[in-house]
Write a protein of this length. Structure first.
Lengths: 177, 428
């Protein structure tokens, strides 16, 4: 079936929106700075749209999109190798493969977070809400709380680990390994 | 989940974007070898991403207390102006110079990222991030970063340099010496070669990448060397050296730097080291083993054409050939097929590391007197050598010789050298 432009666009948006979180997680795992990860993600999205004409509808969109994102991440790593250490190509491939395999599980983990956030202590929840609000600067947040930025980072780290634990426990009950 | 697991902290730093190169390497190693940790890593970043980007997942943030700004409006205004000026500087300062070319000799050229090669760079040239190339065994270029850290490329060398959150050098080939000022915490100077990476907090060292191997020699301080093939690492300290190749069969080893001897003699009856310059002629019934001149780059003209030199050179990038005093003597046994002018040059490192300059002497054909066998002995007191660079006017006592270079500029000169030696002055 040949799709007209509007239908093609709609199909792309539907597929991309469904898989965007998994793709973003994969990119983020290999591109540590959020701003850089956003750039890579944006470039991958542009290429996906440009090449969407070549995409066969029988093909697994997730696999195809991961392939494109993988190339974009490798290109970013090549550019950055000059001035910082980046993960080697072998580890990139390994993480890409595992992120793709675990995409369903990671999606479920994001859903489980709603429940887990409710289980945080009030001060933990308050910190997460403040730290992840758009345009928040951790140094300013720390100053307001009378703490160092490092102390805030470490508290957030412990909360993230607690959320991972909580989501794992919930998913285990649902039969996820 | 163990909160004492150091890998968790590496993961935190990575997620924050503050992981140093060393931390990133450790994290990489941990991820590569542990599937359970990779799973945790992906889940941890998934949580971070979801919190940052899932609409409706979080409550509205706590409002920043108004008291933060009460009574400090001028301060807030000043801060805003500073931020605006800072942003403007980022936007309008197109490409910032990060090093000064303090001095150079011979064929030195530079290319900004994505730009064209520039030659005939004057001393004091301000260079942006890019690639610096030194051609010719006797040539060198000294770069000074804004914090005073100095890196000198010597011989046939090419390096890419940049400075964003930290100083980074990629030594593609050749040799360098460095005098590195203390670097900001968590942002060491990184030097990468095709087989190794080193992290430097502040020290004197030399590094060479030639013929597939990287050799680090530390004259003062401590430098961490990572072998890229397997990410193994060693800390190389004062008076030590280590070599990394792509061969991972043997562990990285640390060896002591040999004290440079006051007396040194080199003959050529055995095959020379690969980094030396000269065609090896093994000993035969009539002649000792010797090195015959090979072509080298002396200069590059403005139009990129090369001024050739015909050279024989012995090199040890760690500066272990010999230690010289101002009254030491260099002795050469050589011959030429035709009467030619010769240049003899010594490349020196300071006793505690760092480039100490080139010193040379010129000889006219009448200075080169052969004996009955056709060979000539040149005795050259250090006092006869003149400085090749104005910033290094004298030979420091105890300077370590890393290069003995003999050149002529006449095709078909047939320069051959059978022996080189450095001797302390004869006792009175």
């Amino acid at each position: 079936m040949v799709l007209n432009d509007d239908s093609r666009h709609e199909l792309f948006l539907r597929l991309f929106t469904a898989h965007e979180p998994a793709l973003r997680n994969f990119v983020r795992s290999l591109v540590p700075m959020v701003a850089d990860a956003n750039d890579v993600m944006q470039e991958a999205a542009v290429v996906l749209w440009q090449k969407f004409g070549e995409y066969e509808s029988s093909e697994d969109f997730r696999r195809w999109a991961f392939g494109v994102a993988r190339f974009k991440v490798l290109a970013w790593q090549r550019d950055r190798m000059r001035d910082r250490h980046v993960f080697g190509a072998d580890l990139t491939e390994l993480l890409a493969t595992e992120a793709e395999i675990q995409a369903g599980r990671l999606e479920r983990q994001r859903e489980a977070l709603r429940t887990c956030l409710e289980k945080l202590l009030p001060e933990q929840r308050q910190l997460v809400d403040a730290a992840y609000a758009p345009a928040t600067r951790i140094d300013e947040l720390a100053r307001g709380a009378g703490q160092t930025a490092m102390a805030i980072y470490k508290r957030l780290h412990r909360i993230r680990l607690a959320l991972v634990d909580c989501s794992r426990a919930l998913m285990l009950k649902e039969g996820w390994s | 989940m163990s909160s004492g697991d150091p890998r968790h902290d590496w993961m935190r730093q990575y997620a924050q974007g503050t992981a140093s190169a060393e931390t990133t390497l450790r994290l990489e190693q941990a991820l590569r070898g542990d599937a359970a940790f990779r799973k945790l890593f992906l889940e941890y970043l998934n949580v971070d991403l979801a919190l940052a980007g899932t609409p409706g997942l979080l409550n509205s943030p706590v409002t920043i207390p108004a008291r933060w700004f009460q009574g400090s409006r001028p301060l807030a205004l000043a801060a805003a102006i500073v931020i605006i000026i800072g942003l403007a500087a980022v936007w309008w300062w197109p490409e910032r110079a990060i090093v000064t070319l303090a001095q150079s000799s011979g064929a030195v050229s530079w290319c900004a990222e994505g730009g064209e090669w520039k030659r005939a760079l004057p001393p004091g040239a301000q260079l942006r991030a890019g690639t610096l190339s030194v051609e010719g065994g006797q040539n060198s270029a000294q770069l000074v970063f804004r914090d005073g850290s100095t890196v000198t490329l010597t011989g046939e060398s090419e390096a890419v340099f940049s400075e964003r959150s930290q100083k980074v050098l990629v030594l593609r080939s050749g040799a360098l010496t460095a005098d590195v000022r203390p670097q900001p915490s968590g942002h060491p100077l990184l030097v990468r070669t095709p087989t190794a990476q080193i992290e430097v907090v502040g020290t004197h060292f030399s590094l060479a990448h030639q013929h597939g191997q990287t050799t680090l020699a530390v004259l003062e301080g401590k430098v961490r060397l990572f072998r890229l093939a397997d990410r193994s690492s060693v800390d190389v300290e004062t008076g030590q050296k280590s070599t990394a190749t792509l061969d991972v069969a043997a562990p990285l080893e640390i060896r002591q730097l040999n004290p440079a001897p006051a007396r040194w003699r080199q003959t050529f009856d055995q095959a020379p080291a690969p980094i030396w310059q000269g065609e090896w002629l093994p000993p035969d019934a009539a002649n000792p083993g010797r090195l015959r001149n090979v072509l080298d780059v002396s200069q590059r003209r403005e139009d990129s054409t090369v001024v050739p030199a015909y050279v024989v050179a012995v090199r040890d990038n760690s500066g272990e050939l010999a230690a010289v005093q101002p009254d030491s003597q260099l002795r050469l046994r050589l011959r030429t097929a035709k009467p030619v002018n010769l240049v003899v040059l010594l490349g020196l490192h300071h006793p505690t590391g760092g480039f100490a300059g080139n010193f040379q002497a010129d000889f006219r054909p009448q200075d080169i007197r052969s004996d009955a066998t056709g060979w000539c002995e040149l005795q050259i007191p250090m006092t006869k050598l003149r400085a090749g660079m104005k910033d290094h006017p004298t030979i420091p006592p105890g300077a370590r010789v890393f290069l003995v270079y003999v050149a002529c500029y006449f095709p078909g000169a047939g320069l051959e050298i059978s022996e080189m030696s450095i001797n302390p002055p004869a006792a009175p």
